[in-house]
Design a protein around this ligand. Structure first.
Ligand code: UD1
Length: 425
């Protein structure tokens, strides 16, 4: 299993090119299921979750060519034949977002079999809202041998009010609605830029969608969709992670190929902490800090609020800020797995329910730590960049799920980081 060895202490200086958003690329690849024609996606990040999605689509009969060698990270997906509309457990268990194929599969083929995501269908991260929506659209749902089977001759437009805001739930049902008969009106939708990215692609395929990016989305179903060429949004979470990296190390980083408009809450919070941030036009940002950071409270919210996917990274920063910062996690229970590892590096963090209190500034000392999930890994990398000595991060496969060539990007701006073990890619 790969490990990162990181020696802390260097301020990060230079320019980082932000990759395409994994969380946009995943639904956009799934959307290719909706047409028999070829779909070309640009700016697809070279990360493990995308490789998993490729395997998933190929296992269903699709042809997928991930063109990383060429410019634009161009990927071609052709779902002319979907001989086996099944998302198998072996694949779904490694990536919960595999449930995103449920909506497009049933819309295109009339039947979908998707393995229930490993142990969390009823527990911490359920997909009950996806199922409820499909049932409302006329699908018959059954459960057998760990699989959800959904069937419908043709889905029917209806009104769907999400009980809770869900990003992939909104995306999954949006993909179901575009080929349904008649109008579907969704209320209480996720407004994340990834939903808008998907809707833009679907509109390019001939879908009739209004209101993506607002809580109400209206879809007029069409009979057929066609191929499209679509460019994936920049990854706002990767960009946010590098903004924190610049601020925490007392560095001076310029991020290119990003979208500052998607980073409002993160930029605002880093400014409150004392980092200097300059927007350098439509697709670039500069972050600078002298290292004299101040505590600031954070409460995770749906977009445009502070993203839960930046909570762990922000917590690493808070350990280096003067004073007490309160971090409240409102989206996911149990998303404080990085706390115990940060504490092992010397952070002063107390957790009570959904609230963590971080008291800084704590000198961090290098340690051997374990990555527990994607964003927790990012938080530990950030902490290691300012720790005294050489840290060893185990299980970096979590990081590889969502950060493209992270160690090369960090090394390029002066971090001392190397990988031990097999190199991904
Ligand atoms: C997506 C992102 C993930 C991010 C999250 C929140 C992708 C591939 N992943 O995950 O990185 O952290 O949004 O911004 O885009 N819920 C239910 N029932 C459902 C669905 C969700 O109760 O059927 C709950 C979840 O348990 C959670 C909340 O709704 O408490 C939000 O989850 P959701 O927005 O669905 O997260 P994902 O789409 O899985």
């Amino acid at each position: 299993m790969d490990k990162f060895v990181i020696r802390g202490g260097n301020p990060l200086l230079g320019t980082v090119r932000v990759s395409g958003a994994k969380n946009s690329a995943l639904p956009c690849m799934a959307a290719a299921i909706l047409t028999a024609e070829e779909v070309v996606l640009e700016n697809i990040p070279q990360v493990q979750d995308i490789e998993t999605e490729r395997k998933l689509l190929v296992s269903m009969g699709a042809e997928v060519e991930l063109g990383y060698g060429r410019a634009q990270h161009r990927t071609t997906v052709s779902c002319a034949v979907l001989s086996d509309p099944v998302a198998k457990y072996e694949i779904v268990k490694t990536m919960r977002a595999s449930s995103l194929v449920l909506g497009p599969l049933i819309a295109r083929t009339g039947v979908a079999r998707v393995a229930m995501p490993g142990g969390c269908a009823i527990g911490g991260r359920p997909i009950d809202l996806h199922i409820k929506g499909l049932e409302k659209m006329g699908a018959t749902i059954s459960y057998e041998h760990g699989y959800i089977e959904a069937k419908a001759e043709r889905l029917k437009g209806t009104e769907i009010l999400f009980d809770k805001i869900t990003v992939t739930g909104t995306e999954d049902l949006l993909m179901a609605a575009v080929l349904a008969e008649g109008e579907t009106v969704f209320e209480n939708c996720a407004c994340e830029p990834e939903v808008v990215d998907l809707a833009t692609m679907l509109i390019g395929m001939g879908a009739k969608i209004e209101g993506a990016g607002t809580p109400t989305i209206r879809v007029q179903g069409v009979d057929k969709l066609h191929g499209v060429r679509h460019r994936i949004n920049p990854d706002r979470i990767e960009a946010g992670t590098f903004l924190v990296a610049g601020a925490i190390t007392g560095g001076d980083l310029q991020l290119t190929n990003c979208n500052p408009e998607h980073l409002g809450a993160v930029i605002h919070k880093l400014q409150e902490c004392g980092a200097r941030i300059d927007i350098l036009g439509k697709d670039a940002i500069r972050v600078r800090s002298e290292g004299n950071l101040k505590a600031a409270d954070v409460s995770t919210q749906e977009y445009p609020g502070f993203p839960t996917d930046m909570q762990a990274q922000y917590m690493a920063l808070a350990t280096q800020a003067e004073g007490a910062s309160l971090v409240v996690e409102n989206i996911f229970e149990n998303r404080f797995m990085h706390v115990s590892e940060l504490a092992r590096m010397g952070a002063n963090i107390k957790v009570e329910g959904r609230t963590a209190t971080i008291t800084g500034k704590s000198p961090l000392s290098a340690a051997a730590v374990m990555c527990s999930d994607l964003r927790a890994s990012a938080s530990l990398v950030l902490a290691a960049l300012v720790a005294d000595g050489e840290s060893i991060l185990d299980r970096v496969y979590h990081m590889d799920r969502g950060y493209e060539h992270i160690e090369e990007k960090l090394r390029g701006v002066g971090a001392q980081i190397r990988r031990m073990g097999k190199v991904f890619g």
